[in-house]
Design a protein around this ligand. Structure first.
Ligand SMILES: CC(C)(COP(=O)(O)OP(=O)(O)OC[C@H]1O[C@@H](n2cnc3c(N)ncnc32)[C@H](O)[C@@H]1OP(=O)(O)O)[C@@H](O)C(=O)NCCC(=O)NCCS
Length: 408
């Protein structure tokens, strides 16, 4: 999933040739670069003029979005005699399934590309991507992928036209605001916490044919950002089922919760005074009169955090109802966590869980575009036979996509 960031027009201040002469791409050094990177990114996170935009605060840690991957890097583009930082890019590498016959490959994820608004359209973005791809190849990555808002034309053009990435999958991002009131969980439904070692076993089984399932799932589940895995089951099945066995009941819904609140905070800026007043008014009313169950809007105009749902799966005739209850349970968990403004999930468009996840259409977006490219150089002939080359051409596997919470 990618935060919606729009391009903004600013006058270009240097020429392309001058830019290239004075441009150095190197690895980020926390001690030296932290302040300049934060300053540059603050200025970058703006939307189109006159439209609301989302500001992302990385909480003083520019590598927070990649540090949970064992293999990661952040590069900076340094310009001029003053060695100003005018661009950044991050990358990480993991092993994932392709959804076909348990095939696993080494995949690089490229994220957090930003170029200072004063230095755009001068080839800085291209230089950063080129250097990052070289790092990925050195580390043995077979493929690289990026995720972007399907309306982010500069990013799409850069990757598809200049680096031959292919538009690959377009999962849906579903956003549910956290109200001031608790929501009722369906009757006859029990919510059970599943321990990480059992969850790992269950996910390996449920996502055996899914794309992008990370082989280091155990590390994700034992990460301190993981708030737990929960399963909704009909209460009547409880006496006959022991969650510790990892054997699945006939009907269930399962998901895990990732606390992105500790990684970054978001803030909406640029809304009209009327919109602001309506949102804050609905919130006040909901707090005062919770029994009315008003669909109030949280204070997203101050910094707020998000719970991300992953590993969503359901089975059985009651699956959809169980999934709704599970999402309601997480909503209530988020309501108890001060500063958590939304519960977010990302699922493949074909995934049946999609219709069971409560969300606000206006806040959600239909297409988070994932573009992919094969990096590994295969010999002719080898390429034709290889499962690696087939992945780009293959339709989504029936089990859909596993969205890694670290990618958010
Ligand atoms: C996307 C972004 C990184 C591009 O950086 P950049 O340094 O301006 O890109 P480059 O100068 O290297 O441009 C390379 C190519 O990208 C495409 N591109 C870049 N900006 C574009 C724009 N505003 N409109 C259309 N295409 C654009 C073009 O194909 C361009 O080649 P061209 O100049 O020969 O037409 C920059 O606009 C940015 O920081 N945007 C905000 C954050 C963001 O959206 N990040 C991307 C997340 S995937």
């Amino acid at each position: 999933m990618v935060m919606k960031i729009a391009d903004e027009y600013r006058p270009q201040v240097v020429s392309n040739t001058e830019e290239n002469r004075n441009l150095v791409v190197r690895e980020y050094c926390e001690e030296k670069d932290k302040v300049s990177v934060e300053k540059m990114e603050r200025q970058c996170d703006v939307g189109q003029k006159g439209k609301p935009s989302i500001f992302t605060d990385l909480l003083g840690d520019p590598i927070c979005r990649i540090r949970h991957f064992p293999l990661h890097v952040m590069l900076v583009a340094e310009y001029g005699e003053a060695r100003d930082i005018i661009g950044v890019i991050r990358g990480c590498i993991k092993h994932v399934t392709t959804g076909h016959s348990h095939h696993v490959l080494k995949l690089a994820y490229i994220l957090g590309l930003r170029v200072s608004t004063n230095h755009r359209r001068l080839g800085v973005g291209m230089k950063l991507v080129k250097h990052l791809e070289e790092w990925c190849k050195q580390k043995g990555a077979d493929y690289a992928y990026i995720a972007t808002d399907c309306a982010n034309q500069p990013c799409i053009n850069l990757f598809t036209q200049k680096f031959s990435y292919t538009k690959f999958r377009s999962p849906t991002v579903l956003v549910q605001p956290v109200h001031a009131h608790y929501k009722p969980i369906g009757s006859g439904i029990a919510i059970v916490r599943i321990p990480p070692h059992v969850t790992a076993k269950v996910y390996r089984h449920l996502f055996a044919n899914a794309e992008f399932f990370p082989t280091d799932i155990d590390a994700i589940l034992s990460n301190k950002l993981n708030l737990g895995t929960f399963m909704a089951v009909p209460k009547k099945l409880l006496p006959k089922w022991n969650p510790e066995t990892g054997i699945l009941p006939q009907s269930f819904a399962i998901l895990s919760v990732w606390n992105t609140k500790e990684v970054f905070k978001l803030q909406v800026k640029g809304v009209s005074k009327l919109t602001y007043a309506c949102c804050m008014g609905s919130r006040l009313l909901d707090s005062w009169l919770p029994w009315l169950r008003l669909p109030s809007f949280p204070d997203v105009f101050s910094q707020f955090g998000v719970y991300f749902l992953y590993g969503l799966s359901m089975r059985g005739t009651n699956g959809s109802r169980l999934m709704k209850s599970l999402c309601t349970f997480v909503h209530n968990m988020a309501k108890d966590d001060v500063g958590c403004g939304a519960v977010v999930a990302e699922v493949s468009q074909q995934d049946p869980v999609r219709v069971a996840i409560p969300h606000w259409k206006r806040l959600s977006w239909n297409e988070d575009l994932w573009c992919i490219k094969k990096l590994a150089d295969l010999q002719e002939g080898e390429c034709e036979r290889s499962e690696m080359s087939d992945w780009i051409k293959s339709p989504p596997s029936s089990a859909g996509i596993f969205v890694d919470p670290r990618d958010i």
